[in-house]
Design a protein around this ligand. Structure first.
Ligand code: XLS
Ligand code: NI
Ligand code: NI
Length: 436
């Protein structure tokens, strides 16, 4: 039986670009083939639990603005929340969802009670996931909201907090595996510092390295086939977060020997906070072989906060998917809407409209990116730019078959004097604009 929360909003259908129905897809057409793969299988959309069903609309200057019938700390309300959530996944035709333990059940008085409640709600989810229901893109543990984590989880100066966090992650991995989750995410919300005056950075990094190593060991022990993903973010809530950006995470993984075990979940807003573009982070992760999944959203470019708005900039999204496609597309990863309404958007319909718009922008971006791939619009010029490296002598230098002295001899003997060529940036920008 329906909860009635979404009233008479019907399942969203694809109606094509000319439709004037505010609750229809104009671009997202799940079965349409893009580069030989169904659009739904390319984009692998996930709806997140926390922004939609947990956040009350507060900001630093004001409290709750949303009034939702499931707000409250009982298991009965947690089931009502699940009923509404799965109704929304169904209305949107979202193939996946994501959650933190903290989002889906009230925390218990003890660790044991919290785990029992998580297990109970996971059973409830399992029932809703049967018969073609949505799948779990990833699960994660909230290791940042409770005051016990104020000085970090794995990086806490108190080993009891480290142990509590480890126990909590174990329980969340168990549930993620049981629900067939395709990834497990670790975002280190408070794994960082507020001030170096009370922080031993080397020690904290070693704690984090140990923690992640145990997560990987446990994944293998229980035969979890999903991918372990770390989600970089430079700051907020801490002043400095250890998983600053893709480059920093890669260095960290290398140091602890985890670079073949762990990939990254890259979020647009976090890239911006780190002073990068989204495509910078995606291209770098691709180059390093650790691109796993994306959290799509957008930050306000003036405010400087992680505003988690729904994506609405097609050219930006197109370049993001271009880099995803360059990596062969998603395998276990997908497109998670880590995005929330503005606090004045009170209506149930706002929740649906926000996702419909976001899904359409992503679909448009994907289609534009696919056409650029097909036409070799960017890869052609790129190949040409590096064409000199195909030369046998150039290859010999790269393979380590030449020394500095040998190269110096050749440059002198052949009288090599390199001539600069145009980088053609504006011409390439014009090309991209023809597609988006
Ligand atoms: C917060 C993060 C968080 C993760 C999951 O900024 O984006 O929502 O995606 O813990
Ligand atoms: Ni975020
Ligand atoms: Ni995120």
């Amino acid at each position: 039986m329906s909860t009635g929360f979404f009233d008479d909003i019907a399942k969203i259908a694809y109606e094509g670009p000319d439709s004037d129905n505010p609750l229809a897809f104009r671009h997202y057409n799940p079965d349409e083939k893009v580069l030989g793969r169904r659009m739904e299988d390319h984009l692998r959309f996930a709806v997140c639990y926390w922004h939609n069903f947990v956040w009350p609309g507060n900001d630093p200057f004001g409290g709750q603005t949303f009034e939702r019938p499931w707000f409250g700390e009982t298991m009965e309300l947690a089931r009502l929340k699940a009923d509404v959530a799965f109704e929304m996944f169904d209305i949107l035709g979202a193939p996946f969802y994501t959650f933190h333990d903290h989002d889906v059940r009230p925390e218990g008085e003890t660790y044991k009670e919290s785990v029992a409640r998580l297990d109970e709600i996971a059973d409830y989810f399992a029932g809703k996931m049967e018969n073609g229901g949505p799948k779990l893109l990833w699960g994660t543990a909230n290791l940042f909201s409770n005051r016990r984590y104020m000085a970090g989880a794995a990086t806490n100066p108190n080993p009891e907090v480290f142990a509590y966090a480890a126990a909590t992650v174990k329980a969340c991995m168990d549930v993620t595996k049981r629900l067939g989750g395709q990834n497990y995410v670790l975002w280190g919300g408070r794994e960082g510092y507020e001030t170096l005056l009370n922080t031993d950075m080397g020690r904290e990094l070693d704690q984090l390295g140990r923690f992640l190593t145990m997560v990987v060991d446990y994944k293998h022990k229980i035969g979890f086939e999903g991918t372990i993903l770390v989600e970089p973010k430079p700051q907020e809530p801490t002043k400095h977060q250890y998983d600053f950006d893709v480059a920093t995470v890669y260095g960290f993984l290398k140091r602890y020997g985890l670079e073949n075990e762990v990939k990254v979940n890259i979020e647009q807003g976090h890239a911006i906070l780190a002073g990068h573009s989204f495509e910078h982070e995606l291209a770098l992760a691709g180059a390093l072989g650790i691109l796993g999944s994306i959290d799509v959203n957008r930050n306000d470019y003036q405010s400087g906060w992680d505003t988690d708005q729904f994506p609405n900039n097609t050219p930006e999204v197109a370049l993001a998917y271009y880099h995803v496609l360059q990596q062969g597309g998603f395998t276990t990863g997908g497109t998670n809407f880590d995005a929330k309404l503005r606090r004045q958007s009170l209506d149930p319909e706002d929740l649906i409209a926000a996702h419909v718009g976001g899904m359409d922008v992503c679909a448009r971006g994907l289609k534009a990116a696919a056409r650029m791939v097909e036409d070799k619009a960017l890869s052609g010029p790129l190949e040409e730019r590096y064409a000199g490296w195909r030369d046998a002598e150039a290859q010999a230098m790269l393979k380590g078959e030449r020394t500095l002295e040998q190269i110096a001899d050749r440059v002198a003997k052949e009288g090599i004097e390199p001539q600069p060529v145009s980088g053609r940036q504006e011409r390439l920008e014009n090309i991209v604009n023809r597609y988006v």
